[in-house]
Design a protein around this ligand. Structure first.
Ligand code: PNS
Length: 160
């Protein structure tokens, strides 16, 4: 079965990678797709986010990285999937994810949203918190894949 894991991935974190690795063990094929969130000004371009995702998922043979714009549901149908994978951290994610899952169900009742709970060590992680800490010179080792850490350090050297 094919599934789509959509997100902003600006940038991909260790929490995202954990969800990708676990989803790739459940589904035969996982398409990880970068969508631009119109409400957020991105740090990395879509091309950079795709390149980072490809680099950090290159060890997982059944993962493909793509990008798209517009509505998720037609994209899911276009790639031949019937499942959307989302990661859930705290209860604070739930309300938004619940509403999106129900709206997507309304748009296409044949597409299911499957939630995977974060591993506890990543429950507090978010791309925005990573960007805030890195931009202020904080160390994000272990919180993002090494390839992402390198790019963040090129932008903002770590203050020792
Ligand atoms: O990583 P994010 O920012 O939580 O990802 C949000 C994303 C990209 C999954 C969401 O904004 C989305 O599905 N965008 C596609 C546009 C769409 O279908 N919007 C309606 C959802 S009900």
């Amino acid at each position: 079965m094919r599934a789509v894991y959509p997100g902003s991935f600006d940038p991909v974190t260790a929490g995202h990678l954990d969800i990708i690795e676990r989803a790739a063990r459940i589904f035969d094929h996982l398409v990880v797709t970068v969508f631009n969130n119109p409400g957020k000004e991105p740090l990395f371009s879509v091309e950079e986010r795709v390149a980072m995702l490809r680099e950090v998922t290159s060890h997982i043979p059944n993962v493909e990285v793509d990008s798209s714009r517009g509505l998720l549901i037609p994209y899911v149908r276009k790639v031949g999937a019937r499942v959307i994978v989302k990661g859930l951290r705290a209860m604070s994610d739930f309300d938004y994810e619940f509403r999106m899952a129900l709206m997507n169900k309304k748009l296409d009742p044949g597409v299911e949203t499957v939630f995977i709970l974060t591993s506890s060590q990543y429950a507090y992680l978010s791309s925005s918190l990573i960007k805030e800490v890195a931009s202020l010179g904080g160390c994000v080792t272990g919180l993002v894949p090494p390839a992402v850490e390198r790019r963040l350090r090129q932008m903002w050297p770590v203050v020792e």
